[in-house]
Design a protein around this ligand. Structure first.
Ligand SMILES: Cc1ncc(C[n+]2csc(CCOP(=O)(O)OP(=O)(O)O)c2C)c(N)n1
Ligand SMILES: [Mg+2]
Length: 856
């Protein structure tokens, strides 16, 4: 800084002006201007006749500083009032961004249209600074306002402090993401934002280097030559989580434009940093990631959360490196704090020492910012910005936040008040005619007197009135019941819509096309898959795949053989062994218009990724109420091989943890390929589990590869019969087919149904139709007892009313509760075998007709 000032003093004033206004040197110029303030060097400004240009710059800069101060005050006031709203009971829970304002303001200066954020609950100032959150919206979220016009992030579904931009239009189509600053939707699990961040950053790299995409018009809404930066934010304590390290390592390997900020306030709730981080410093711990001249890695910056000038300069440098060089950057922002403690759930006095509390006050970033501004002098040595100006800003901030808060509350309650008034009137009509009038009226009066009742309060009383007037001849009951029914419909939209896509491209809108067979040729399953992937890559330039061993050797089962040579390393890539971030790459890239196919090598290892699938991917549509999507396809293979770690089939766990995604369990590769073809046209995330023992099985070769599409949610009846309905899927279905041959030999005529997909499940109730004929049900599954079978039975017996058609008890065959043991015998005694399936089916027949089916 000093040397730059000296250098300009030695040059002519004219040179100085050129230096300041030249756009190419913008960053250096800003640094220079900032240095003027920092050094309180006013000598340059005293030369009045030649100083017009820099003077203007200084004025603009002064404005900028004042705007920053204003936003900091507004954001802080939002936190303070927000906490009060929770403590007085108007909102459920509050977690705020106080103490982190300044760093986020500095970061936001570098945030451009098309860029993405993947952060956490402290980022309200950042969201405000990039123009994607206003105070009223903040409070709307705190109150859980269900209208996206008021609470665009989640329609009141997420607790306050969980941010998101609306990246889809009302039809579920992508908006032009290059015309807005974007934030992927937050999730609460600490470090859960990390895997997705990797993919958001990687998308820029793909767009920059892809031979076709950058010139295609339809991708201009996602990128400008891959110049976009993905901004990550995380708290110091959350860096202890595995996904943080996995993401950082992968970003260093992939060299993607990611700027990772750590807001280091020294605590994760009550647990201080020395219990969290090696060397008590994340930048020290990560110092081995620092790139050198010869070895790529990270660029690492350390700054302080209260030092406005250093923060601004740091982010200028950091983001320039990430954007231009596509290098990941860590910005360790030390010395931030949390003036109000962690959240509304407790107070920090319980675990912070008095000295620490004092320090937090002394180093409050807004107080420090104010001191710094107050010390700026103009050319006459007078305060550049007066104390009155700053106090005026503070006062205005208080007032405007209060007004916005009140407006948010009014909007939140207005809508409910209207419903309340209608409900009360309808209930009074009912009660007028009721012999229990006096008794029931009390409930209605209590509701009328209640302080701002919510929907639950109203429906509680309405349902009570319906209950208490049951059996009465009361002409107004029907009207009240209709009103209730309409309320339940409206609230289903408020609270339960958009678990799946509601766009034109949801899976049910894609027309299936049957495979065509021109001749009798047969091929290994893997060849069918491979040739089909070839068609997919040809048809969709935005399609890309990655996973362990996926690239160079084309996958452990060779179903991508030759694809990397043909489509390049960008589109067919190897990754490190890191299932969680493979998923994250997929989520982030899918959120930016690409069509990733993420490969998890074996189903058993999906567990490393299941958290991120469950918490992030499967909730994207739901938690944004249709504001975002991530149409990612996950490929894996499983169910059968041998041994504890290679034969798992935890389908119950999977279907129950990823509602919001589709789960395809094809019995062979022809079906699998047809499912991929359908999914590529849809805009929804799905998991496809290829049957592990199907790669070398010969299957008839369809002639319309890449074209035929297998519908999801439609089981296939592969053999018709009248005695017993056998329901299964995947590899086990093939065992059922083998067992059926034995059954036929004994005179049994069974119907075999492959459900094909577990989510969705038999949408046309094909299985119930079958039960009408057979009146008997056997479900075969290789999950543990009561695993996927419990789900399947609930679907058939309860949802499809299958129980109604049964003449004998429904029966299940599952694997043993332990993991499957190694070797063929281990498999035989752990998983359902052809013999087990035959015997169980036969015993059902024996029970109903012991004459034709004598005991075995
Ligand atoms: C996986 C997971 N574990 C625990 C929590 C509960 N929790 C919420 S915030 C938090 C502390 C996070 O601290 P830090 O990352 O330093 O962020 P800060 O709140 O201090 O900004 C914890 C433990 C959680 N949300 N997710
Ligand atoms: Mg912390």
């Amino acid at each position: 800084m000093i040397s730059k000032t000296n250098a300009t003093e030695n040059g002519t004033i004219k040179n100085k002006i050129n230096l300041i206004i030249s756009p190419i040197r913008y960053i250096e110029n800003r640094a220079f201007l900032l240095s003027l303030f920092r050094e309180k060097n006013t000598s340059m400004a005293k030369n009045t006749d030649t100083m017009e240009a820099p003077h203007k710059e200084l004025q603009a800069y002064k404005e900028e500083v004042l705007n920053d101060y204003k936003l900091a005050c507004i954001s802080r006031e939002t936190s303070l009032l927000g906490r009060r709203e929770v403590l007085t009971g108007k909102a459920k829970f509050g977690i705020f961004g106080d103490g982190k304002e300044l760093a986020q303001i500095a970061l936001a200066k570098q945030f451009q249209n098309g860029d993405f954020r993947s952060g956490y609950y402290r980022d309200q100032t950042l969201m405000m600074a990039i123009g994607q959150l206003n105070v009223q919206e903040y409070f709307a979220a705190l109150y859980a306002h269900t209208d996206i016009a008021h609470e665009p992030a989640s329609g009141g579904r997420q607790m306050g402090g969980h941010f998101a931009t609306r990246n889809l239009d009302e039809n579920g189509e992508w908006k032009n993401l290059m015309e807005q600053k974007n934030s992927s939707a937050d999730i609460s699990p600490t470090a859960g934002q990390m895997p997705r961040l990797l993919g958001l950053a990687q998308a820029s790299k793909v767009y920059r280097n892809h031979p076709e995409l950058k010139n295609l018009e339809q991708f201009k809404k996602f990128t400008n030559g891959g110049n976009e930066v993905a901004f990550g934010t995380i708290g110091d304590a959350s860096t202890s989580e595995g996904p943080f390290w996995e993401t950082m390592n992968a970003a260093g390997v992939l060299q993607v434009p990611m700027v990772m900020s750590v807001w280091d306030d020294g605590y994760g709730i009550s647990v201080s940093r020395e219990h969290q981080t090696t060397k008590n410093s994340i930048s020290d711990a990560l110092s081995g990631f620092q790139r050198t001249k010869d070895t790529p890695g990270f660029e690492i910056f350390v700054t302080k959360g209260w030092d406005y000038v250093d923060l601004c300069l740091t982010y200028e440098k950091a983001v320039k490196i990430a954007r231009e060089e596509q290098v990941p950057v860590l910005v360790h922002v030390k010395e931030v704090n949390q003036p109000q403690g962690h959240s509304t759930s407790g107070s920090h006095e319980r675990y912070k020492s008095e000295a620490r509390m004092q320090w937090e006050q002394d180093f409050d970033c807004i107080a420090k910012f104010k001191t710094w501004i107050s010390e700026l002098k103009d050319q006459d040595g007078k305060a550049l910005i007066t104390a009155e100006t700053l106090e005026g800003i503070e006062k205005d901030a208080k007032k405007s936040v209060r007004n916005d808060k009140n407006a948010a509350w009014k909007a939140f309650t207005d809508n409910m008040q209207a419903d309340l008034a209608t409900a009360v009137q309808l209930m009074k009509n009912v009660v007028e005619e009721s012999p229990n009038k006096v008794f029931i009226s009390k409930d209605i009066e209590a509701l009328e007197k209640a302080f701002e009742p919510i929907r639950k309060d109203v429906l509680n009383v309405v349902r009570g009135v319906i209950r208490k007037t049951r059996g009465e001849q009361n002409s107004h009951r029907t009207t009240l019941k209709n009103w209730l029914s309409q309320q339940l419909t409206d609230n289903a939209d408020r609270y339960s819509s958009y678990l799946y896509s509601q766009s034109e491209k949801n899976i049910f809108n894609i027309e299936p096309i049957a495979p065509v067979y021109n001749d009798d040729s047969k091929e290994d399953g893997r060849i069918i898959l491979k040739e089909n992937f070839d068609k997919i890559f040809e048809k969709y330039p935005e399609a890309l795949t990655f996973g362990e061993d996926t690239g160079k050797i084309g996958g452990v089962n060779q179903s991508m053989e030759g694809m990397q040579e043909k489509y390049g390393e960008l589109r067919v890539a190897d990754t490190g062994i890191r299932e969680c971030t493979i998923l994250g790459q997929g989520i982030g890239m899918a959120m930016r218009g690409l069509r990733p196919i993420a490969e998890i090598q074996y189903l058993d290892y999906l567990l490393y990724a299941i958290q991120i699938m469950s918490d992030d991917l499967s909730t994207v549509q739901y938690r944004t109420k249709g504001g975002q999507k991530a149409p990612l396809i996950i490929r894996t293979r499983g169910h059968r091989l041998e041994g504890i770690w290679h034969s798992g089939s935890p389908m119950g766990m999977i279907v129950n943890s990823i509602r919001g995604m589709h789960v395809c369990v094809p019995r062979n590769m022809t079906q699998a390929a047809g499912m991929y073809n359908l999914l590529m046209e849809a805009d929804e995330p799905a998991l496809v589990i290829e049957p592990l023992n199907g790669y070398r099985t010969k299957e008839p070769m369809p002639s319309n590869l890449g074209e035929y599409k297998i519908a999801l949610g439609e089981p296939e009846v592969t053999k018709e019969g009248t005695d017993l309905t056998i329901v299964s899927y995947g590899s086990t279905f093939n065992l059922c087919t083998a067992a059926e041959k034995l059954m036929a030999e004994t005179g049994m005529n069974v119907e075999l149904i492959d459900v094909q997909t577990l989510l969705p499940f038999d949408v046309n109730h094909t299985i119930a139709e079958s039960l009408k004929k057979t009146n008997r049900l056997l479900v075969v599954d290789e999950d543990v007892e009561s695993g996927a079978t419990a789900y399947i039975l609930d679907q058939i017996l309860v949802k499809q009313n299958g129980y109604y058609h049964l003449d004998s008890k429904p029966v299940t065959v599952s694997a043993k509760d332990h993991r499957p043991a190694y070797s063929t015998d281990g498999d035989y005694f752990s998983k359902p075998s052809v013999d087990d399936i035959f015997e169980t089916a036969y015993n059902i027949m024996h029970e109903s007709n012991p004459t034709d089916f004598p005991a075995l």
